[in-house]
Ligand binder design. Structure first.
Ligand code: MSP
Length: 510
């Protein structure tokens, strides 16, 4: 069992269009978690990519008058460009049109096909088909016998497809989840999946003959692989399935597939069953987050709620962007985006909170100690205790992906530190030459708090953390810091030369 590496994945996104803030929500959360685990000294493998086959992509290409491959080739860089601006530090980027993936999918298909249990069989797909939708409908979905979307007559179609015998996996899936309920989180999603499985599973078709933009089945190239069977396999392709067994043993099974709730069935039912059929262990955890809405509505291009991340990044900057979405929405729940709440968060937590703390402390070190961290004669402040306690909560909450609460735990330190300055009034102490020791103690405490804050915020705000670290003038690189050690009180060496740089978070007009 792959125990060496913390392996976390995003879904692979459909490049039929450019990303919106809903996709970015998923990417930022994954990156936050991945960076946090790196900070703990773990070897991390963070995978993302694009899901480039299937009818949806073929149609988008056709609408643009392009070949599907040419379409995805010009689209994929537009996704990567957004991830770069969002500081998404993935370790690998997979495209399902890459040869390594085609090989892995065909190998997986073969493994299931040849498992001796007849799990893939040729069957007849018969149904009512809307050519405009390219979808099958059941009788009761039709309106007046016509397609509910287009109002056009449907055709009776019979197509030979290969099926995956999902129905044979009901008991094994129930046993799998029974062994360890944390395999699906949060609990509401687990219950949803369990009732779906208990309700009885139907075999699903894993091949198509009505279009050709996909991976041919190795034993019958007239069929292309159904896009979900193809896409899910990306998670093992990138881990070395069938190409690097040594690496595969170290990396697989994935620790977390972080997905949106809309693709839960595919990840928590189809995927583990496919893997069981192919003789591969299922992932350790599927974690489904909620949906981001705009003005209470589902995001979409057609109702003008499809916001591109750049629209916000240009205004708020990347750190504020990442912080807002993770802090504002309880992870696991749906949450609404609004410009106003983003400005409020930015001003309250970042400009007035952390930013103000940093600029005050660095300015005072500059004025009273020529920027040099003073030796402290000792201080009776409760900050070391507050930090230790918050750091412990942060760790616990990151462990359960309570991402917003984990940030709240860190901001408890910010709040307490700002309050400490108000209580101690170092600007008054500075007026009295007889109180130099006291001044040194207060500013050491405040500067040390900033050092620990820089470490703790580095997974969510890599830029602000780096800027703060530079301002503090610490010699050791920030990315060499490891939790929990780096959060221990007293790490800041007296004599360190600080400098007051630009404000970390300029205030924004509301
Ligand atoms: N290609 C499939 C996934 C295959 S994984 C083997 C797919 N792609 S997608 O581009 O449509 O969605 C990618 C992810 O973005 C999904 O997790 C989906 O839940 C998420 N989101 C899309 N819109 C979203 C919101 N409005 N809010 C939050 N997440 C959203 O599905």
């Amino acid at each position: 069992m792959g125990r060496d590496v913390f392996y976390i994945t995003t879904p692979i996104y459909y490049p039929n269009d450019v990303p919106h803030i809903g996709h970015a929500y998923n990417a930022v959360a994954t990156d936050f978690i991945a960076r946090y685990h790196r900070l703990r000294g773990e070897e991390v493998f963070h995978l993302t990519g694009t899901d480039e086959h299937g009818l949806k992509i073929q149609r988008a290409a056709e609408a643009a008058g392009m070949e599907p491959k040419a379409w995805v080739d010009q689209m994929e860089p537009r996704w990567r460009e957004v991830w770069a601006r969002l500081d998404i530090a993935y370790d690998d980027y997979i495209r399902t049109t890459e040869p390594r993936h085609v090989t892995a999918v065909q190998r997986m298909l073969r493994a299931v096909h040849d498992n001796g249990r007849d799990d893939i069989y040729l069957g007849l797909y018969e149904g009512l088909y809307c050519v405009s939708c390219e979808l099958y409908y059941t009788e009761d979905e039709l309106i007046d016998g016509k397609c509910p979307i287009h109002g056009r007559p449907v055709e009776h179609v019979r197509e030979e497809n290969y099926f995956f015998r999902l129905s044979a996996y009901t008991d094994r899936l129930l046993a799998w989840y029974g062994e360890d309920p944390s395999r699906i989180e949060p609990e509401t999603r687990r219950n949803e999946v369990l009732s779906l499985i208990r309700g009885g599973l139907q075999d699903f078709s894993i091949s198509r003959t009505n279009f050709d933009w996909g991976i041919p089945l190795p034993w019958d190239p007239n069929h292309v692989c159904y896009v979900w069977f193809d896409a899910l396999t990306n998670y093992i392709t990138a881990a070395g399935y069938g190409s690097d067994e040594g690496r595969f043993a170290r990396v697989w099974p994935a620790n977390i597939h972080l997905i949106g709730k809309d693709i839960l069935r595919q990840h928590a039912v189809y995927w583990p069953a496919m893997l069981m059929a192919g003789g591969v262990e299922p992932p350790r955890q599927v974690w489904a987050h909620g949906f981001l809405t705009v003005g209470g509505k589902k995001m979409s291009k057609s109702n003008a709620t499809g916001i591109h991340p750049f629209e916000l990044l240009d205004h708020f900057g990347v750190d504020s962007y990442r912080y807002y979405f993770m802090r504002e929405i309880q992870f696991g729940q749906d949450g609404s985006f609004s410009w106003e709440s983003m400005v409020d968060r930015h001003n309250a937590d970042l400009a007035n909170g952390l930013g103000n703390l940093a600029s005050r402390v660095l300015a005072m070190l500059g004025s009273y100690f020529d920027g040099v961290v003073p030796a402290t004669p000792g201080d009776d402040s409760d900050l070391p205790k507050v930090i230790e306690e918050s750091r412990r909560r942060y760790d616990e909450l990151m462990g359960t992906l309570a991402l917003g609460s984990a940030l709240t735990a860190v901001w408890d330190i910010v709040g307490r530190a700002n309050q400490y300055l108000v209580e101690r009034e170092p600007w008054k102490i500075a007026k009295d030459d007889g109180r130099r020791d006291e001044l040194a103690a207060v500013l050491y405490t405040a500067a040390e708090t900033l050092r620990i804050l820089a470490v703790l915020i580095s997974p969510i705000m890599p830029n602000a953390a780096a800027a703060l670290w530079t301002q503090l003038g610490i010699g050791e690189p920030l990315d060499a810091q490891r939790l929990p050690h780096a959060a221990r009180w007293g790490g800041l060496a007296p004599g360190t030369r600080t400098s007051k740089g630009d404000a970390l978070f300029p205030r924004l007009d509301s």
